[in-house]
Ligand binder design. Structure first.
Ligand code: HEM
Length: 173
């Protein structure tokens, strides 16, 4: 995984009060070393890897902002569902500056006033909790709370993620 994610994991570790060595920022690192970083943080803070991935994800918007990517988030549309519809275009745009990345894909399958379904595809099998955390954290950018439910992986490999709006208000559509 790209060194930006490793750097953000180090930033996350400091927020949690533990130290993780920095890693080369824009290089690709083997996914196993990313998972090893997550495992190390989990060990240091005394929680599970899944919990760390999700909590890291929910703080992801602040963390990427801290590394200069706030404008990328701000450019993704006026509402949460518009933002969700832009995830692929956003990652595709970033790919230009991150040679060798293998970005995930998110497509908005359906959306109404109360819920939406996002289809997540990744070459990595274990990062769904990260996606869930980022989706929870991003909802706060639109003054929303959401409940996120992961459904069983479909035969075509897509993982449906159902996002339920927590309450009225905020910028949902
Ligand atoms: C400014 C904002 C963002 C930046 C700079 C960014 C950048 C990146 C980069 C560089 C990777 C690593 C890919 C690789 O090394 O092959 C990545 C992976 C990922 N991104 Fe983003 N991203 C952003 C926002 C988001 C948002 C809003 C989501 C929402 C769900 C998201 C979900 C993910 C996930 C789940 C991965 C893990 C890789 C996988 O699932 O296969 N990202 N992103």
């Amino acid at each position: 995984m790209n060194g930006l994610i490793h750097t953000l994991l180090s930033d996350y570790a400091s927020v949690r009060g533990v130290d993780l060595p920095e890693d080369a920022m824009f290089e690709q690192h083997p996914d196993a070393s990313t998972i090893a970083r997550v495992a190390r943080i989990a060990e240091l803070v005394g929680s599970s890897e899944v919990e760390v991935l999700r909590d890291f994800g929910s703080r992801f918007p602040e963390l990427v902002r801290g590394r200069g990517y706030g404008s990328v988030l701000a450019a993704m549309g006026p509402s949460y569902t518009a933002f969700l519809g832009q995830l692929d275009a956003m990652h595709a745009g970033l790919s230009v500056s991150f040679p060798g990345v293998q970005m995930p894909s998110f497509s908005l399958e359906s959306a109404d006033e109360a819920r939406c379904t996002l289809l997540y595809r990744s070459i990595r099998g274990s990062l769904t909790p990260l996606a869930v955390g980022i989706l929870e954290g991003s909802a706060r950018l639109f003054e929303l709370t959401v409940d996120v439910v992961v459904e069983r992986r479909r035969l075509d490999g897509a993982v449906p993620i159902v996002i339920v709006r927590g309450s009225a208000g905020g910028r949902w559509r």
